[in-house]
Ligand binder design. Structure first.
Ligand code: SF4
Length: 449
């Protein structure tokens, strides 16, 4: 079978992941879910498997249609984003109308509301890896494959992150992908999937509420191979790179034994940062950790069921510890337009500055259907599925508030000095990021930094 795995084109650079989507400016992540899927397909398909990342390769819809026709593609697998789903659906329709090739859509939203996406040929949910693997094993023709995939709709599978040892990077050009403020060849990978915490606004990676680590041998082999291939940086895509302390310790021993030196970047919860964890992170080679703090208001911490203790002295000490061990810190903050006022947000800047993080990022909270927060706030949300809108009913101009937050935060002398360090080291990326804050005043930014 001639199968194409496609990251759909889009007018701007965006990142699509199963559980989130955002604009990217000055950086670009690999569509790792699609690359994992392409690898699974290639290993189980007797025909040709193609992979196109139309975002990274700047390919237009026209290009894609031409490619599909020229290469006699028989089926396309793609991932629909959350925030940009309307645009993605238009592109899917265009490709479908021009080529008549069936399209399998992996989508959090469409799988949640399958009845309202009847026009899509097949919709796959978070079990898309297992379902595709299972269907390929049981199919000898495209019709078989489609029927088999359709039969899996609505069914639950056991999640197995080890259907492949590692992704097939021959599909991609690594030069197309970069971490924020980072130089050198960068690879993206998951140690594991899902998150055991229960923050009520969050759809964790692959929407799994338990954390499942890949086979350690697979991760170790992959890192060894990447190092031999000249990769310098690893962006760990886990929601939380610090969930499994024992694994990180073993990873450290492995890297030391093999004399592998890589720079790691990833996310964590600040509550998991302590002296021992910082030492492990330093030994492994972490150079930057993004910390989801979200709010300095203890009541809001409880409201989000995040439950991080807001003690500024302790939080500042954790950040100091990381920085004194050569690990940069980025703080992720949220603004709830109904539960916080803009004045509260702006006055929190002083406390936030006291923490001395290298980077601070603010997002306006989006209440996504399927989350506990969405159910809690139903009455207060402007919601429609088609077109997709899910935002709090507020008179605030949230985008303006977000921009003003950045201006006020980064204009404080010490914060400005910290950001200058990045600007001097990465001038072009910084300019891109700076202009992205102001470039699309009508568009919600839905991005970070
Ligand atoms: S810790 Fe992070 S990934 Fe886990 S549920 Fe909370 S916000 Fe989501």
């Amino acid at each position: 079978m001639n199968i194409l795995v496609l990251n759909l084109p889009f007018p701007r650079k965006i990142i699509r992941r199963y559980s989130c989507s955002y604009y990217s400016n000055g950086f670009l992540y690999l569509p790792q879910e699609l690359l994992r899927l392409a690898t699974i397909i290639k290993q189980n398909n007797t025909g040709n498997t193609f992979f196109i990342d139309a975002i990274a390769e700047n390919r237009s819809v026209k290009d894609i249609i031409k490619f599909v026709k020229n290469n006699h593609i028989e089926i396309i697998f793609t991932l629909l984003s959350l925030d940009f789903i309307d645009n993605d659906l238009k592109i899917v329709n265009k490709i479908k109308q021009s080529t008549s090739v069936p399209i399998v859509s992996i989508s959090y939203l469409a799988s949640l509301f399958r009845n309202q996406f009847q026009h899509l040929d097949v919709v796959l949910d978070k079990f898309f890896e297992q379902k595709t693997y299972f269907a390929l094993k049981n199919s000898s023709s495209i019709d078989d494959l489609i029927n088999s995939l359709k039969e899996t709709e609505g069914k639950t599978f056991d999640f197995n992150p080890n259907l492949i040892n590692q992704v097939d990077r021959s599909f991609i050009n690594p030069k197309n992908y970069q971490e924020v403020f980072c130089r050198g060849k960068t690879a993206f990978l998951y140690f594991g999937f899902g998150c055991p915490y229960k923050c009520n606004y969050c759809i964790s990676s692959y929407d799994y509420k338990n954390y499942t680590l890949r086979k350690k041998e697979f991760i170790f082999d992959e890192l060894e191979q990447l190092y031999k291939e000249g990769y310098k940086n690893i962006r760990v895509l886990d929601d939380n790179s610090t969930i499994n302390k024992e694994f990180l310790k073993e990873l450290d021993i492995f890297l030391k034994e093999k004399k592998i030196f890589l720079n790691f970047y990833g996310l964590s919860r600040i509550s998991l940062i302590d002296k021992e964890m910082v030492e492990i992170l330093k030994d492994v080679g972490f150079k930057r950790i993004y910390l989801g703090l979200e709010t300095l208001n203890q009541k809001m911490q409880e409201y989000y069921e995040k439950n991080i203790e807001v003690n500024l002295t302790i939080l500042r000490e954790k950040i100091r510890l990381l920085k004194s061990n050569g690990i940069e810190t980025g703080l992720w903050m949220l603004f709830h337009p109904l539960k916080q006022t803009k004045n509260e947000l702006y006055s929190s800047i002083k406390e936030l500055s006291y923490l001395k993080a290298d980077l601070v990022n603010l997002s306006i909270l989006v209440p996504y259907p399927g989350t506990k927060l969405f159910d809690l706030e139903k009455e207060n949300i402007n919601y429609s599925l088609n077109p997709f809108i899910s935002e709090f009913k507020t008179n605030y101009n949230c985008d303006k508030i977000e921009r003003m937050f950045y201006v006020r935060y980064y204009l404080r002398p010490l914060n400005a000095l910290r950001i200058m360090k990045f600007v001097l080291k990465y001038p072009i990326k910084s300019i891109n990021l700076f202009f992205s804050l102001f470039k699309n005043p009508i568009d919600p930014r839905k991005d970070f930094i």
